[in-house]
Design a protein around this ligand. Structure first.
Ligand code: ATP
Ligand code: FE
Length: 371
């Protein structure tokens, strides 16, 4: 099988061609970094336009780099949710055009499932059941993966995701926003003292596996204000003393943000092993999983609990087309796909996108207890 994967759920337009033996034939990403700086975040209408402008070229480049044409494909996989519906539609429309013109089946993909399953492309020994911690800009999920399409949600965020906290704090610290906030904080944190500001770990008294980052974000904002850090003065123009102060905050935030992940993972492993004693792996994926500090801390927790950590390389942790193509292969193999669409879609056709789409069922005992 050779599958084309298309991803447009947020601000990156991505496409890739992957073979069912795990070979990545091509991988193309066009990111909207310039727009992000200009508007200080993802504006759906702008993002939709940016996707529309580049989608044809991105898909063409992916085919060219793979030295293939549409005729060589077995199917087209496309992210249909969760994400911004305007943006998702651009990808779905493109996928249906290609599939309609070349009589190819279509596989609709869950973006977070793709973040998790790409680990099986990277690590061919990774069998079900396994656990996954998915940490990105919009999600914080702890899941037990029983099979392709079969997940139990052990924990999720009750407010913000960790990536969103990294991005906001980077902005407040005056970091260079031409790339996302995560890598900028990770780098600055290396210069700082992680013990210098004492932030409290979220949800200490909730004996569950859920996450919360809104309170920590507020604690950090207050610390920034009390140190009179001015976000309008970019870090590159800050005095040495000012820079050191920002680095201390970055390091202290990162330490506590990750401690929260560690605590939740530890409990989730306990829960998951009760249900599936044969589990051997915890997968960590999503944009924040490209962070080296996050990886090394979670590696310790996982080993301490007798499991092994699997982290895809950073380029497969952040949004990409490979994970979509690969997840398409996983579903296609199980006979889960839609028949080819008609060559010409009727004007009034409504694209099936799912902006909000939970991944699997909630673990019954996983609800918050009162403090
Ligand atoms: P979602 O997957 O929830 O829909 P998304 O698709 O926008 O969100 P991803 O590309 O999966 O997000 O991840 C982007 C997030 O990862 C951003 O918040 C970014 O700051 C964060 N991130 C990327 N690299 C790092 C890093 N090295 N350290 C911390 N965070 C990082
Ligand atoms: Fe993502």
């Amino acid at each position: 099988l050779v599958v084309l994967g298309i991803e447009t759920s947020c601000d990156d337009t991505a496409a890739a061609v992957v073979r069912s033996n795990g070979e990545i034939l091509s991988q193309v990403i066009s990111s909207q970094a310039d727009l992000l700086v200009k508007y200080g975040g993802v504006a759906p209408k702008m993002a939709e336009e940016a996707h529309s402008q580049v989608i044809d070229q991105v898909v063409q480049d992916a085919l060219d780099k793979a030295h293939l044409t549409e005729k060589d494909l077995s199917a087209v996989a496309v992210t249909i949710g969760p994400g911004l519906s305007l943006c998702l539609r651009v990808g779905v429309q493109k996928a249906r055009r290609v599939a309609g013109a070349f009589d190819l089946p279509i596989v609709g993909i869950h973006h977070m499932e793709a973040h998790a399953l790409v680990a099986r492309l990277v690590e061919r020994d990774l069998q079900f059941p396994f656990m996954a911690l998915l940490i990105s800009g919009g999600h914080n999920l702890l899941i037990l993966a029983r099979d392709v399409g079969q997940y139990i949600q052990l924990g999720t965020t009750i407010d913000d995701a960790i990536g969103e906290a990294y991005d906001k704090i980077a902005k407040w610290l005056g970091l260079d926003m031409r790339r996302s906030g995560g890598p900028a904080i990770e780098e600055l944190a290396r210069e700082g003292n992680a013990e210098s500001v004492s932030f409290s770990v979220p949800m200490k008294h909730h004996k569950d596996c859920n996450f919360s980052y809104a309170g920590l974000k507020t604690q950090v904002r207050l610390a920034i204000e009390s140190r009179k850090i001015d976000a309008k003065i970019l870090i590159s123009s800050a005095s040495n003393e000012d820079r050191a102060s920002r680095a201390d905050i970055a390091a202290s935030f990162q330490r506590v943000a990750v401690l929260h992940l560690e605590e939740r993972c530890e409990r989730a492993i306990e829960w998951a092993l009760k249900m599936e004693p044969s589990i051997k792996y915890l997968v960590v994926s999503g944009g924040v999983a490209s962070n080296q500090y996050v990886r090394s801390r979670l590696d310790m927790v996982v080993k301490k609990n007798g499991l092994q950590l699997i982290c895809p390389p950073p380029s497969l942790c952040t949004d990409n087309g490979v994970m979509v193509a690969w997840t398409g292969i996983e579903h296609f193999r199980m006979g889960r796909y839609d028949p080819p669409p008609p060559p010409q879609e009727p004007e009034e056709f409504v694209y099936d996108v799912r902006p909000r789409w939970p991944l699997g069922e909630e673990y019954a005992e996983g609800r918050s207890e009162a403090p």
